[in-house]
Design a protein around this ligand. Structure first.
Ligand SMILES: [Zn+2]
Ligand SMILES: [Zn+2]
Length: 436
């Protein structure tokens, strides 16, 4: 199968051409049996098999048997760490153990293993196949790696997998929290698509309805099947895995993270940054996204019931002091606040003139903004039922992050990247201090 989810890849109605470098995505029962054929198609004769002590026992032996019965040679490296960090040490170990006579990388794992394997295969310039062990995050199809560099969380360019294999018999062995995290990362798409459309409306940011729709369809499938997730039902697990891969492909199609990541991902980023900086607790990416999605949905509900007040918004911005705010960011995030503070010099999002222009646009299109929220984000009641049915976290307290940090976390989300998200809308409206 060649990946061509967008019906007309040679010229979408958004005016762009959408490409992705993934050659194949194979999901379902016994999907792993396709590994030798996929390697042959990529002309791989000797592969570097890469796993950690948690993932190797799941299917390491199965893979080596499949390879040897198909006359494909194999060199192995298994990380011994129980909790592997995506840092210089791990990448260094992978490179030092890499067998340069290999002409392909096969990784068995999920988040960190995949992030490191993407860097390794990009560096070695060889094809890469991921055999996924958990439907827990949306990085399978992205061409970047989430790493910790010098103790700071960074996103490095790497490469996307050439082939992604999601065998449901392997995926269903994932711990319950990872399954829940995968669904949480999918639910985040309610917020990200909503914010993409709002930014398109206010800032005329590029938007593609076909890409958004690809994600919406995958998300509905996950929600329809969600009651089977904790019972490790095949359809439920496949829907989440497929949805996460689609999320990654959609980001590649859009050339931006918009289709899969919004303010809820920034909550998660901030908790990760604080964890790296101050050793505070953090949880799985998807569980953090799940709680932040629920919080964002509640905040969007408040936006629904807010009447924009131009005088109030202008007065709020007049009183805003960036230097004071920068110091609060430093106290909250330590050294990792500096890139956020530097971003403002380039971006000038707090500039009063720019704000006034945005505010006019917001007030003029407020009915449309509410319409977008209504169309994209389910009601808090609907989400509450869904979250309770599979025991998803609704507050960060549930994974030991103090909920009293929420106001500051929310306010800091507007500084993370040059991206118009809920916290920026709330700042523009002059209600960011009172909304959370
Ligand atoms: Zn398009
Ligand atoms: Zn994510």
């Amino acid at each position: 199968m060649n990946i061509s989810f967008i019906k007309n890849p040679a010229g979408c109605k958004c005016g762009r051409e959408h490409f992705v470098n993934i050659k194949n995505l194979i999901t379902g029962k016994n999907a792993i049996n396709n590994l030798p054929d996929e390697l042959k198609k990529l002309n791989c004769k000797k592969v570097f098999l890469f796993a950690d002590i948690n993932t190797y026992p799941i299917a390491g032996e199965k893979i080596t048997k499949l390879l040897s019965s198909n006359n494909i040679l194999c060199s192995e490296f298994v990380f011994k760490e129980q909790h592997l960090e995506p840092d210089e040490k791990a990448v260094g170990a992978a490179v030092m153990h890499y067998d340069t006579s290999c002409d392909g990388v096969v990784a068995l794992g999920s988040g960190v293993i995949n992030d490191i394997a993407k860097i390794l295969s990009a560096t070695a310039r060889v094809p890469y196949i991921i055999v996924a062990t958990a439907p827990s995050m949306d990085g399978y199809a992205s061409a970047t790696s989430s790493m910790a560099l010098g103790g700071v969380k960074v996103t490095l360019p790497s490469k996307c997998a050439d082939v992604i294999i999601g065998d449901t018999d392997i995926l269903k062995t994932a711990p319950t929290d990872m399954l829940k995290a995968g669904l949480g990362d999918m639910l985040a798409k309610y917020i990200s698509i909503c914010e993409w459309r709002i930014s398109n409306l206010i800032n005329e940011e590029y938007y593609c309805e076909d890409v958004a729709d690809l994600v919406r369809t995958a998300l509905s499938k996950c929600v329809e099947n969600s009651d089977g997730l904790l019972n490790r039902n095949d359809e439920a697990i496949e829907a989440v895995f497929y949805g996460l891969v689609i999320g990654g492909i959609a980001m590649t199609y859009a050339g931006a993270s918009r289709p899969a990541s919004g303010v809820e991902h920034y909550f998660s980023h901030i908790w990760d940054m604080r964890s790296l900086e101050f050793n505070t607790p953090s949880s799985l990416h998807g569980l953090q996204c799940a709680a932040a999605t629920y919080i964002a949905a509640k905040l969007y509900d408040k936006i629904r019931h807010t009447k924009p007040d131009k005088e109030k918004a202008l007065a709020f911005v007049k009183n805003f002091n960036f230097d004071l705010w920068a110091n609060k960011l430093r106290a909250f995030l330590g050294d990792s606040a500096e890139p956020l503070i530097e971003l403002e010099a380039k971006e000038q999002k707090y500039n009063a003139k720019k704000h006034a222009a945005r505010l006019d646009k917001i007030i003029e299109s407020y009915d449309k903004i509410i319409e977008i929220i209504d169309e994209e984000i389910p009601s808090v009641d609907v989400l509450t039922k869904l979250y309770d049915s599979i025991n998803l976290p609704k507050t960060p307290d549930e994974f030991s992050i103090d909920s009293s940090l929420l106001p500051m976390t929310f306010k800091a989300t507007k500084d993370i990247r040059d991206k118009y998200v809920l916290s920026r809308l709330a700042w523009d409206l002059g209600i960011i201090d009172e909304i959370i």
